[in-house]
Design a protein around this ligand. Structure first.
Ligand code: 5AD
Ligand code: SF4
Length: 452
């Protein structure tokens, strides 16, 4: 009987995609997926360490597995992968006797080999090597459960070393994937019927093709636009510093590039941005937003924001609030600062904003943001938007959801067979996290619809 695996994923889209890759590798090695941990022979915990809370989840989860093994008398093999694995290496083994394998972020491809070796070995295995090479991954192997959209990695790692961020230490130096391989993977997605591609990287717009010196990120978007069958192109995340006029023009001119940009800002105060080593000021960011809004009037923006960074005063925080209002984000991920290992901020800047004050600031920021997005959604009532259906309800066959080009979640009644199709929907009702509407005709691409 085939052995069963379960992968648990924490963190960002990069981790979600690594889990898809590991699932494909394990299936090629003869494993079958299960979603019950008491049924699994192998549990892979794909970890995140970008914030302290995310890291703690690993040890909470290992505690659950230990409890389960105690009750059932059956202990699965446990592999820890992802950013905590890279960061802690063999220390993970010292903290938990349950763990059999620790695999770093640049060794994902080794998973089946290490599983086989660990079965034969009496010792746990650790592989957190960081070979300095181009990121490649065999085509056709990734297990993709989303029938509508697919991730394609274009850049791995980061050289920016923002002072709060652990990513350069956990994901390593920036490495660009070959354009030819990226395009082949996008073609593979299209051939499998997927309509949307999401290009992934820590700083996607720093992309420079290693196999085509003339191709930058705008050039890559142009190449992806040419892939027949792909209807929508998204990417995450761009850095404000690399949003060139050429890129803005490409976004404007390429019909498949979605009218949504996740543009992390992190703070509204130039003083704090400097301490964060973000390499952009508040003013430069706001100028860029104006440029983007002029070139792409229907563009919807989202961002990441940190509150309570070392030295952040109430005045700095007010600047974060005023920038939030000035931009009018359609959504925001906001976080309380937590010191991360090896980072400049953790080493040199005392974490001096009290926890209660961080909480007060994030609550105020989130309340402001919720009001902004609710009113943006409210303003869309009466419009007809084009929705790519990506979700059907498990409970009610007629409940569908999808996203607009601008990334607004739209809920509406329809048929489950519309999954993966474009539907024009008239918005009738709005809330802070999405809108509700009625399809204006059957699921065929419409001509007279707005994109946001
Ligand atoms: N503390 C809080 N938030 C952080 N982020 C990254 N590092 C930290 C940290 N030390 C946030 C940033 C980043 C997002 C992925 O996580 O906003 O864009
Ligand atoms: Fe981290 Fe800054 Fe690199 Fe983003 S750009 S991954 S925040 S170091």
């Amino acid at each position: 009987m085939a052995k069963k695996y379960l992968i648990e994923t924490y963190g960002c889209q990069m981790n979600v995609h690594d889990s898809e890759r590991m699932a494909g590798l394990l299936e090629q090695a003869g494993f079958e997926a299960t979603d019950a941990d008491d049924d699994a022979d192998l549990v892979v915990i794909n970890t995140c360490s970008v914030r302290e809370r995310a890291e703690e989840q690993l040890y909470t989860r290992l505690g659950h597995i230990k409890g389960l093994a105690g009750r059932t008398g059956r202990a699965p093999m446990v592999a820890v992968t992802g950013c905590v694995a890279q960061q802690e290496g063999a220390q993970v083994l010292a903290k938990s006797k349950l763990v059999d394998i620790v695999i770093g972020t640049q060794r994902v491809k080794m998973l089946p080999v290490l599983v086989a070796q660990a079965e034969a070995a009496s010792q746990p295995l650790v592989d957190v090597a960081t070979p300095y090479d181009e990121p490649t991954f065999p085509l056709g192997l990734t297990r993709r459960d989303d029938p509508v959209k697919g991730f394609v990695t274009i850049v791995e790692g980061c050289n920016d070393y923002c002072s709060y961020c652990v990513v350069p230490y956990t994901r390593g130096h920036e490495r660009m994937r070959a354009k030819a391989e990226i395009i082949r993977e996008v073609e593979e997605l299209a051939a499998s019927g997927r309509r949307e591609v999401q290009l992934l990287g820590q700083i996607v717009n720093h992309y420079q093709a290693p196999d085509d010196p003339a191709c930058d990120f705008a050039g890559l978007l142009e190449a992806v636009q040419e892939v027949r069958g792909i209807e929508r192109i998204r990417f995450a995340s761009p850095h404000p510093r690399h949003c060139s006029d050429r890129l803005i023009a490409a976004m404007r001119d390429l019909s498949k590039v979605c009218r949504h940009l996740h543009l992390p800002v992190q703070s509204g105060s130039t003083r704090i941005l400097k301490a964060m080593r973000r390499r952009h000021t508040r003013e430069e960011y706001l100028t860029l937003v104006e440029k983007l809004k002029t070139a792409l009037p229907d563009l919807q923006l989202s961002t990441d924001m940190i509150v309570g960074f070392p030295g952040e005063t109430d005045d700095d925080f007010r600047e974060t609030l005023s920038l939030t209002e000035a931009v009018g984000y359609h959504s925001m991920f906001s976080f309380k600062y937590s010191p991360r290992p090896n980072t400049l901020a953790a080493q040199r800047m005392p974490d001096d904003v009290p926890e209660a004050e961080k909480t007060r600031r994030i609550v105020e920021l989130q309340a402001l943001q919720k009001g902004i997005q609710a009113s943006l959604h409210e303003a869309s009532i009466g419009r007809t938007v084009e929705v790519l259906v990506d979700t059907t309800s498990k409970r009610r066959a007629w409940e569908l959801a999808g996203r607009t080009s601008g990334n607004t979640v739209v809920n509406f009644p329809g048929e489950s067979s519309w999954l993966g199709r474009f539907v024009p929907v008239r918005i009738e009702r709005a809330g802070a996290f999405g809108v509700w509407g009625q399809p204006v005709q059957a699921a065929t691409p419409a001509t007279e619809v707005t994109t946001c």
